[in-house]
Design a protein around this ligand. Sequence first.
Ligand code: NAD
Length: 474
Amino acid sequence: MAEVVSPIDAQVLASVAPTSPAQVDAAVRAARAAQPAWARRTGSDRARVLHRIADLIEAQIDDLAATETRNTGKILSDTRREVRRAAGSFRYYAGWAEQVRGETIPVGPEYHTYTVPEPHGVVAGVIPWNVPFFFAAKKIAPALAFGNACLLKPAEETPLTALALGDLLVEAGIPEGLAQVLPGGRETGAALVSHPDVDLIVFTGHHDTGKAIARAAADNLTPIALELGGKSPQVIFPDADLDRAVEAVVLGVFASCGQMCIAGSRLVLHESIYDEVLDRVAARVRTLRVGDPFDAQTDLGPQITAAQRDKTAAFIAETRSAGRMVAQAALPEDERLRNGFFVPPTVFDRLDEGARVLREEVFGPVLAVSSFRDDAEALRLADDTQFGLAAGVWTADIARAHRFAGQVRAGTVWINTYRVLSDLVPFGGIGLSGYGRENGTEAARLYLRPKSVWTSLASGIPQGYGMGGAGAAG
Ligand code: NAD
């Protein structure tokens, strides 16, 4: 049994039995057995079931958000928004279920050629602990909409709302075995992603885990999409709206106690505004309230585990001796929280370019600040990372903004905003941030694969040569 602990006060919330490799095998078999009939249903029929799931989620937003806050330590307004967005994802992909279509390809007068998009079969979704309910929905909803089965493994630390979602799937009428939540840790995940009967793996998590999963997938040649971490820059030019930029920088790295893949953890400031913006960021950070995530006045709660808190604290201690600590927020004084896994939001500057905090993902509330002289240096600093998940650029000069967006190495670029995401807009990374894209039309590409069908229209013996671009091969 694995204990599920609240990071707010270290209380044990539940004990959850991990799914054994034998149970994973049984789950894959059941999913495989259930999937063909689900894929044969009409899109509108699948859509109806997905809307029912969304209805059930919406009826329980408060309960689900409270459980999520208790389990993750994230503030209630964030978890409410995430649960609402999860319901929205089921509705969004319900729309897609009715929009699947292939194409006819006029290769020449002697052939009628078309494609049929088909589901892969059994999808394995593996997710991290930072956005448990929404990420569970983000994997399950498109998998089901496009006719797949889905086996979802939540993180060992935060299985509670994913398990609740599993119950809602059953209540909504999802056929037995088609979509299952398999709690457990690394062993359960490894058994799932190395299973030869899994047809697609969609993973969100750390890049080292991503590499291990890619290796396991290679043995079966299972297709895979990896949404991994980041070390994303926010670049501010002198002509930017500094009020908006400062607030977006602070929330962009310190929300969720820094536990966001898209955290804008590097701030790159033009030298002419360096002191002013740094002072404003520092002043704002000192006002941040770290504390009980159920309190509406709280800006950020604890880190997820004692180990994550210790890792972040070690980063802060190490960086204090490698640079200048510009600002730090206060820790909560509330006695009830004394066992919680809290760390103070902290800002550093004057770091060597090789400093670990500029290169490695902290996944905690730590911001590293540096300066640039011109556009070329801004781009060089923004790209000075092996990650490539996201970047923010702040300027009133629209040409400069789009030049930067075109050149920076990142899967998502935000201009004069940060941290906005939508089911409609593709999302994914470059380099250590992973490969593959989720959301929107990219989800259709990910969760479906086209089958090509050739029909001969010729009356004689088909030759296959020299017909308007079509020719024999292979
Ligand atoms: P993690 O990689 O340690 O764990 C993620 C999941 O993988 C968990 O469910 C875990 O049990 C499972 N797992 C671990 N080893 C496995 C293995 N060998 N085979 C199969 N599954 C295995 O990540 P974490 O610490 O839970 O989450 C933090 C990381 O996730 C950060 O790096 C963060 O940037 C990243 N993340 C990325 C995105 C994105 O969309 N790009 C979003 C959120 C978080």
